[in-house]
Design a protein around this ligand. Sequence first.
Ligand code: UT7
Length: 322
Amino acid sequence: MTYARIGGTGSALPGEPISNDALIATHRLDSSDAWIAERTGIRSRHLADAAETSSELAATACRRAIEDAGCEANDIDLIIVATSTPDFVFPSTATLLQAKLGIVNGAPAFDVQAVCSGFVFALAIAEKFIASGASRRALVVGAEVFSRILDWTDRGTCVLFGDGAGAVVLEAADGPGILASAIHADGRHQNMLSVPGQLSAGKAVGDPFLRMDGQAVFKFAVRVLTDVAQEVLAKAGLSTQDVDWLVPHQANVRILQSTAKKLGLTMDKCIVTVDRHGNTSAASIPLALDVSIREGKIRRGDLLLLEGVGGGFTWGATLLSY
Ligand code: UT7
């Protein structure tokens, strides 16, 4: 049996951290550092400037992941980018990334759109390419510039998000690797979180900004994150007690606390980076993963439970031995 294991990780954040107070002052928001920190756990985020794109951030994260994996860019034979903020309508951010990395071996490259669950969707797809023998070494990336789709007059959403990218090199291996994964969607909940606009006849038609029913998303997220974590553990024949680190999508520290509690995990087993990154959508899990590995928290051999939930609605989890 061929497993897919993480050979290397990398991440990228644009510019300097922007504190809650600085954000509030810039956008003249009727908000406070205390409200944002207490309700979300967020204290700062990074925001891209007008010239920085998802593919740029992805390229920096990927160069670091490739170096960490000890391979060459042209050893990569599959590129999957999870993003809801692509550089263009087309070509895909994955092909733009491929060109930036100088990968000229004809490797397939494509984007996955599953909003904040995008990275676990991309990981599940890449794992299947590797397990089937179609690929040996994949780049799996989450990259976002959510600041482009925020309504800076809507204090209920604009304080929550940040920009960034994270990447892993996923390689074929004789031992684990990924032990189990699960991905799900239910389109009936599309109105809970959306950017209900489109480009047509040279104009943005509809509403090009992120809209959210925060409380509904909160309740839904805790329920499905708990369920899908239990689903992948059951698939692998393991229990929460076996998990070394929960690496959840970083949306709100209260969602992480509620999910960990329902799973019977203490917060010292839960990776938290939302305080410094905000919600970076598809980038949040690989960013949290890379930062925690480089800080020495997550070590080789640790059992990791990665999980995400996002617009669509979509949700999923991956259980893996790092
Ligand atoms: O990737 C998934 C994406 N989204 C999420 O995960 C978000 C999930 N939801 C949440 O994180 C929370 O629901 C929020 C952080 C969005 C909101 O927290 P909440 O505790 O559910 O607050 P709320 O929506 O019930 O609002 C409470 C009050 C309201 O004022 P009134 O009506 O009580 O006077 C809001 O208008 O807080 C007000 N409020 C704010 N006040 C200061 C909303 N945003 C802000 C703000 N600063 N930024």
